[in-house]
Design a protein around this ligand. Structure first.
Ligand code: CP
Length: 319
């Protein structure tokens, strides 16, 4: 089946999802990111790979890490970065998403970084560009609804590979509100594509998608059983704003059963790493003693996100 994010030569044209993205392309992105990590240590933190290119950040939903690290990444690649302030844009006057895109294309955009509350919005933009013979303009999904967050998945994979080297011997647990998590979906696709033998999801029945096992994961409702022997523990934010109706008795009850504490973390391997995509709800899904503890690689994830986003943008549009 044709993958809409690849061109006729099988090269990456857009980054819309990790589902179905070949392992070679994921590996190439991760390998390309490695030398970009050290650029942060130079006096001049810039390379000219995107010189002369215009990158538009279109964030229709809130963001701290993704929007900022995309901007830093594009600037380190020497691109011109335009942050559309959606709050004061003509979106508020009823302009459609595709009309906004057409107007920004008229300003000679080369790449759109898109976060949107509607699943599929970045796909829609990519389709529109293709249908109007403007496929040379790239689209990167920076998180769409519950669907996917491919660059977060990639930076999570980069972090895991950095600390654990090989995917083929790992047990990875993803804990909490998987139902609403685009981060979890992207990471599951990436881990399974790269051959991780044991990917677990841990959470209450109400916060796990009904067909989650079909993604190739093992389902646990008991956190202590699920954490046993894990190399990597990925905690997810409880996304109260996406919940329709009450899926949980209370945040306190959730923490009691699914919050990661120092005591529960002892069930994982002694050298296990703890990850979280952010933003964190301390005392809801993770205790501060773990978030700030020696197993935590939560802030390195953010730093690696810059290098990974540089890799994605340079592969898409690099000179
Ligand atoms: N991980 C993540 O997407 O964080 P932001 O919402 O702050 O971008």
């Amino acid at each position: 089946m044709h993958n809409p994010q690849l061109n006729a030569d099988g090269e990456l044209q857009h980054l819309l999802t990790l589902e179905g993205l070949p392992a070679e392309i994921i590996g190439r992105i991760l390998d390309t990111a490695v030398p970009f990590v050290s650029i942060a240590e130079r006096d001049v933190k810039k390379v000219p790979l995107l010189r002369g290119k215009a990158v538009f950040n279109l964030f229709f939903e809130n963001s701290t890490r993704t929007r900022t690290t995309f901007e830093i990444a594009a600037k380190r690649l020497s691109a011109d970065v335009i942050n559309l302030n959606i709050g004061v844009s003509s979106t508020a006057k009823g302009e459609t998403l595709l009309d906004t895109i057409d107007n920004l294309v008229a300003m000679n955009a080369d790449m759109f970084i898109v976060r949107h509350g509607q699943s599929g919005a970045p796909h829609l933009i990519a389709q529109h560009l293709s249908a109007t013979n403007r496929s040379h303009i790239h689209v990167v999904n920076a998180g769409d609804g519950r669907h996917g967050h491919p660059t977060q998945g990639l930076l999570d994979l980069f972090t895991i590979r950095h600390y654990k080297r090989h995917f083929r011997e790992l047990t990875v647990a993803i804990v909490g509100d998987v139902l609403h998590s685009r981060v979890a979906r992207s990471l599951i696709h990436g881990l399974t594509t790269l051959g991780t033998p044991e990917v677990r999801v841990i959470g209450p029945q109400t916060l796990l998608p009904t067909a989650v096992a079909a993604l190739g994961v093992h389902v646990f409702h008991d956190m202590r059983q699920g954490l046993a022997g894990c190399d990597v523990v990925v905690m997810l934010r409880l996304q109260s704003e996406r919940m329709k109706g009450s899926l949980l008795p209370s945040a306190g009850e959730f923490f009691k059963h699914y919050g990661l504490t120092v005591e529960k973390l002892k069930l994982a391997k002694p050298d296990a790493i703890v990850m979280h995509p952010g933003p964190m709800n301390r005392g809801v899904e993770i205790d501060s003693a773990v978030a700030d503890g020696t197993h935590s690689v939560i802030l390195p994830q953010v730093t690696f996100g810059i290098a990974v986003r540089m890799a994605v943008m340079s592969i898409l549009a690099g000179n």
